[in-house]
Design a protein around this ligand. Structure first.
Ligand code: SF4
Ligand code: SF4
Length: 239
């Protein structure tokens, strides 16, 4: 068994934000005070109360303006750099579930250096709860998954953007859909698919969606193992 994986088909996302709201509802997370900055994106960034955020981008593609939507969350990396950073300070603060591969932050994250954990993440995901000192992010809805349920964000998605299941099944589904999209856009790709458990199908170049759509190899925690995510980024960028 190769654990679980998400497949997120961004060609189908309409930015309804059902996933974002469902995540907050299931996690019982509160709201964040914001102000209008001229974007429908709200809140402006991930935070300790927002584990899933639909990012809005308006980009020009072949002279035509397009909305691109990015439902951002932790990638549940196969080799999680955040866990390596935490293990170096306090083993057990960040765990990796053997059955699913979910990367899980515990209450012990209050005792590790937040800056080191966040900067180790090549996707800039972890966020600090200033009130408790704990670090938070998506936990793959491990409580639901262990009961045979879909993650809340996947279950609520009305456009067939979000999928979740066994990794082999999700990889097959993602590659099949990629081939279909490549019929009209040959440069479409699956961002860092060999390094993460959240497979994002990008019809447009990854950087059009977000600066951290693919791993920032400069932020990968220095360790003795392979810099899996970093290799993927260099490959995607053709370096
Ligand atoms: S898997 Fe659960 S915690 Fe993670 S983004 Fe989806 S709803 Fe939120
Ligand atoms: S995306 Fe970041 S926070 Fe999530 S497992 Fe990978 S390194 Fe950790």
């Amino acid at each position: 068994m190769n654990g679980k994986t998400f497949f997120i088909d961004q060609t189908r996302c309409t930015a309804c934000r059902g996933c974002q709201a469902a995540c907050k509802q299931w996690k019982n997370n509160g709201y964040t005070e914001t102000s209008n900055t001229g974007s429908y994106q709200n809140p402006p960034d991930l935070n300790a109360q927002t584990f899933k955020l639909v990012r809005f981008n308006e980009v020009e593609v072949d002279g035509v303006l397009k909305w691109l939507f990015f439902p951002e969350q932790c990638r549940h990396c196969l080799v999680p750099s955040c866990k390596m950073a935490a293990d170096a300070q306090l083993p057990g603060a960040i765990l990796q579930d053997e059955a699913t591969g979910a990367v899980l932050y515990t209450e012990k994250t209050a005792k590790v250096d937040y800056r080191m954990v966040r900067e180790a993440c090549p996707y800039d995901i972890p966020r600090l709860d200033a009130a408790t000192g704990r670090i938070y992010k998506c936990n793959m809805c491990i409580d639901r998954v262990q009961q045979g349920m879909q993650p809340a964000c996947v279950q609520t998605c009305p456009t067939d953007t979000m999928h979740f299941g066994d990794r082999d099944t999700m990889m097959r589904l993602a590659l099949q859909r990629l081939q279909e999209v490549q019929q009209r856009t040959p440069t479409a790709l699956l961002a860092d698919s060999e390094a993460v458990r959240v497979l994002y199908l990008c019809e447009q170049p990854p950087q059009y969606y977000h600066g951290y759509m693919v791993a920032d190899s400069g932020r990968v925690f220095k360790h003795n193992g392979p810099l899996v995510a970093g290799v993927s980024r260099r490959k995607v960028l053709g370096l």
